[in-house]
Design a protein around this ligand. Sequence first.
Ligand code: PLP
Length: 380
Amino acid sequence: MLYLDYAATSKPSDETLEVMNEITKTIYANPSSLHALGIQARKRYNEAKKELAGMLNTTWKQLVFTATGTEAINMVIKGTFFKHPQKTILTSSIEHHATINAINFVKQQGGHVVEIPVDENGFFDINALENALNTYDVSLLSLIYANNEIGTIQDITPIRSLLSKHHVKLHLDMVQAPAHQAIDFETLSVDFASFSAHKFYGPRGVGFLYIKDKADITPLIHGGKQELSLRAGTENLSGVVGMVHAFKESQDNLSKKEATILQTAQTFLNALDQHNVDYRLNGPPLGTNRLNSVLNIAFKNQDNQMLSFALSEKEIYVSTGSACHSDVIEASHVIRNISTPLEYQDGCIRFSFSHEESKDEMKDLAKTLAILIQSNDYNK
Ligand code: PLP
């Protein structure tokens, strides 16, 4: 089996699962309970939050634990809209559906939204941003930092300085970033950032939101006073502890792991070249501002659904785009918005991997693809 769908989800380590299991078995009390076991649960929860905050160079008061990245994104976009319903929200044309559909909700409620285009590599159009800031009364820019389909990583510095001149808040969807780069909120200097544990080898059903000033948004979930009164509901202690453990593991030897990933990616593309496969790498070139672990490859005049199905039969698991809409058979909005030529649009496959795949596995994959494409057998 060759699992190449890490951008969709990743597998928790045995150690992470053990830590979670231990918590579930021993400290199962509600952290809001006032008896000794409850107090122990609260203590463990607070410790986990402080540990995560330390690794992100922020304080625990800036972190809100959520169930998913989608939830964190919804909190920011809808929470900003409810706070400033008359103001404009900006976003980009290559967002994840969590953002697209939160934005669609805002529009349905009568909110005003402007979508900023990107260039052919998925980089945000700073001139269009400046025009929008000069034209509208803007509350927020919600931007995908590391793109889940094509890997583009945005250069935040010019965007942030433009926004701060206009006193506009910045939210980054950083769901795809943590397994690949260190995050330091002191230097990043954003207002909000969304994360999801299952993308960095943590469990499903837990994520978090970084929020500089909790007064900037209206809460969406009302109930108890959990999570700074921004997100009511009994805390998921084992999930949170598992997430923090996985985050710590994901930050170990980051630069070594990234160097391996770059070599793996290069080996794969070289092997495709050697087999004369006609393809384009969507997004920026390898080794530039991108996730080298997310290779969206467009095969000329191929059907990505059929090709990925043929790979799946060989126990090679890839994605045809964002997993959340893989049942929709058309080129994704990201592929269309970076102007991939039409003859390549239907043949886009996302290979997303970790630092653990071997060069031989990637060479064999290229060979398998070449045979499938050149025989065209899988299409029949
Ligand atoms: N944002 C990006 C960039 C993603 O890749 C994903 C997951 O696919 C999400 C948001 C949503 O995260 P979750 O699956 O935790 O809701």
